[in-house]
Design a protein around this ligand. Structure first.
Ligand code: PLP
Length: 652
């Protein structure tokens, strides 16, 4: 190396100059994360730049979610955790009942509304207990879709006159239990979903001497839409075709039980995004209802099933993650349609029943998790090319210097070409490892310099979109997607995800979220957007020693119970919070799984495991490869781990 080369100052690349941004406001964050769209009236952002929860909606009282998380951490409750707001649950129930009662008044509907909650949506005891409690003023009932769910519903539902709808596959035991429970004053209604069930009901009636109340689930020809389109129609898993319903009527009539048939049920599928699907279904079902009434059945209830959607992306469209109607539109359409059909046919208007799960349970829970670290493209230590550097490096350096608004696209392609040439040179032995490193760093520096230019462009050409994706960060989050948001993995469901704090600060990174599992599917790579979805989430860069909390919202339905133990990450902690005049009250802490718990689910005995380690330490002691104190330390930490949370504990 000559004298000349060393005299060239090692000029570090100045950090990329981003144009002086106008100060970032709360409103900018609101628009970016679309919180008004999906969160109203429960979630918003306060002046401190924190997400705020208003569990009673617009009726006052709110909590700073960031401070709540800090408060829970001080109580030694570890992240990740689910916070359930029972006030939100109560509010959802009141809203649903309010919408039906308003529709009933508006259309002068001669009947009433009596909803039930499908237990399958979230079977946790505290939640079902709360639901039953909050539902009392509305005589709100429960829907069971299996034998274990029936056992829950029978024990918990004590509200006089509330309905207990019995759906799902049934055997003799299921039907007998349901029918006998009428002796306890329970309003069980056995909904026939398979043809064979009618004979089981008749037999149970004859043996027990209890008169059942039964319903039929119809396979409508009205088509569903989207993910659950096949819940109806001829190929549907559940329900009876019209000829089968006619057969049921004849069977019941033949044993003098036709008066037991009192309910018509249908379910077009979950998360119905388009109101027209609901209208079509209710129109067809209303006609079936009046025909059943005319055929001599003692019809009293029309059960419209679930399907009432949740606006996950806040776009108010018929996109699968949204819905183009609100709860009031839903109630209005049902009430108006049934009223008209019954009036025309001169049939008494039924009690309207709905089985909304998602619409009731989604909002009440928030999943909170922290970020463990990020992967970012290394551009820090980049230095200018020197005359001693290989030509290819000097070319890259020149390209870097040339980048500006007018030529960035051309420069980008040059940079790619030079980088590829550098790799070829390396492969043929003409470039050292440190020279290759320099080439790659200069390439990334070019990308880094182009990125802010792109962000100002209205239209980003496809080839440069790849650059944006390549420059994206990966945020490693303390969570298992498989345990806490299984639908995101299984059916690409979208949930709103956003930081809980720093919302008065411009997020300067874009990234995806990777979970703790060793599975490459364990990640979030689709995020809500006004149109369609976006593949990167705007995030803040981490500050050393400061936690960064993210929230996944609207996940209170289905996610918890469908979660699985991939990589043996267990149930997360769950906390039940009630709003009080002075703040909040931690009603309940449901501890998540410990490592010992999850190991026992897969049949490992903790004593055996500890014993195995103990024996191994004894052998190592004999061999002299471990000291007594080391062996004790290992054994103790092994034992203590069994009682610890399966997620990572972050010491900040
Ligand atoms: C799943 C299910 C529901 C709940 O549907 P949501 O869309 O969550 O409201 C209601 N009824 C039946 C029969 C179901 O299978």
């Amino acid at each position: 190396m000559g004298v000349e080369a060393t005299s060239t100052a090692q000029q570090a690349i100045a950090p990329v100059e981003t144009p002086e941004p106008s100060p970032w406001t709360i409103e900018d964050s609101e628009a970016l994360y679309r919180i008004d769209g999906w969160g109203d009236p429960y979630f918003s952002i306060n002046a401190a730049g924190h997400v705020v929860v208003s569990p009673k909606g617009d009726r006052g009282g709110s909590l700073d979610l960031y401070e709540l998380v800090e408060g829970l951490k001080q109580r030694n409750i570890h992240l990740p955790f689910v916070i359930r707001f029972s006030d939100i649950l109560a509010d959802r129930l009141e809203r649903l009942n309010g919408c039906f009662s308003q529709a009933i008044t508006r259309y002068n509907y001669p009947g009433s509304y009596q909803g039930v909650f499908p237990v399958k949506c979230n079977q946790h005891r505290q939640l079902v207990e709360d639901l039953v409690h909050f539902g009392q003023p509305f005589q709100f009932g429960l829907e069971a879709g299996s034998k274990p769910e029936l056992l829950i519903a029978l024990a918990l539902l004590k509200t006089p006159n509330s309905l207990l709808i019995c759906n799902g596959y049934k055997d003799r035991e299921y039907i007998e239990t349901a029918i006998l429970a009428r002796r306890l004053g329970k309003q069980t209604i056995v909904v026939l979903e398979q043809l064979e069930e009618v004979d089981l009901v008749i037999k149970a009636h004859q043996q027990l001497g209890v008169t059942p109340v039964v319903g039929v689930r119809a396979k409508l020809s009205a088509k569903g839409e989207g993910r659950w389109a096949t819940s109806t129609g001829d190929g549907a898993k559940f329900g009876l075709t019209i000829p089968e319903i006619v057969h049921v009527i004849e069977r019941l009539e033949s044993v003098n039980l036709l008066s037991s048939l009192q309910l018509l049920h249908f379910h077009v599928g979950s998360q119905i995004s388009s109101i027209s699907v609901i209208k079509d279904a209710i129109r067809e079902a209303s006609q079936i209802y009046v025909q059943l009434a005319k055929s001599g059945a003692d019809m009293r209830y029309l059960d419209v099933g679930g399907g009432l959607g949740v606006d996950y992306d806040g776009s108010k469209t018929n996109f699968y993650a949204s819905k183009n109607y609100n709860m009031q539109n839903y109630a209005n359409d049902i009430v108006a349609e049934v009223k008209e059909a019954c009036e025309q046919a001169k049939v008494k208007s039924p009690v309207l029943v709905s089985e909304s799960g998602r619409a009731i349970a989604s909002h009440q829970s928030v999943l909170i998790f922290d970020v463990l670290g990020t992967s970012e493209v290394m551009t820090q230590d980049t230095v200018a090319a020197q005359s001693s550097d290989h030509l290819i490096i000097r070319n890259l350096w020149e390209t870097y210097q040339l980048i500006q608004l007018e030529n960035y696209q051309e420069c980008y392609h040059d940079a790619i070409q030079f980088k590829e040439e550098a790799i070829s040179l390396f492969n043929f032995g003409y470039l050292s490892l440190s020279q290759r490193a320099k080439a790659e760093q200069l390439y990334w520096a070019c990308c880094q310099k182009i990125l802010p230019i792109l962000q100002k462009e209205e239209y980003v050409p496809d080839d440069l979109e790849t650059l944006r994706m390549n420059m994206a960060s990966i945020y490693y989050v303390n969570l298992s997607v498989f345990q806490s948001a299984p639908d995101s993995w299984a059916i690409d469901q979208l949930f709103p995800i956003m930081p809980l704090h720093r919302l008065n600060e411009q997020p300067t990174r874009q990234g995806t979220l990777a979970d703790l599992t060793c599975d490459s599917d364990g990640k979030f790579t689709q995020f809500i957007d006004l149109r369609d979805v976006k593949s990167l989430l705007d995030l803040h860069s981490l500050k050393p020693g400061e936690p960064y909390y993210l929230g996944l919202f609207l996940g209170g339905a289905y996610q918890e119970i469908m979660g699985n133990f991939h990589n043996l990450f267990g149930d997360t902690n769950a906390v039940h919070i009630a709003l009080t005049p002075k703040g909040y009250h931690v009603k309940q802490v449901v501890k998540g799984d410990t490592m010992g718990d999850v190991l026992s689910y897969v049949e490992y005995d903790r004593e055996d495991l500890v014993e195995s380690i103990r024996q191994q330490t004894e052998s190592a002691l004999e061999d002299g490869t471990i000291s007594i104190s080391e062996s004790q330390r290992l054994l103790n930490s092994y034992k203590e781990s069994l009682d610890r949370y399966t997620y990572l504990s972050v010491e900040s």
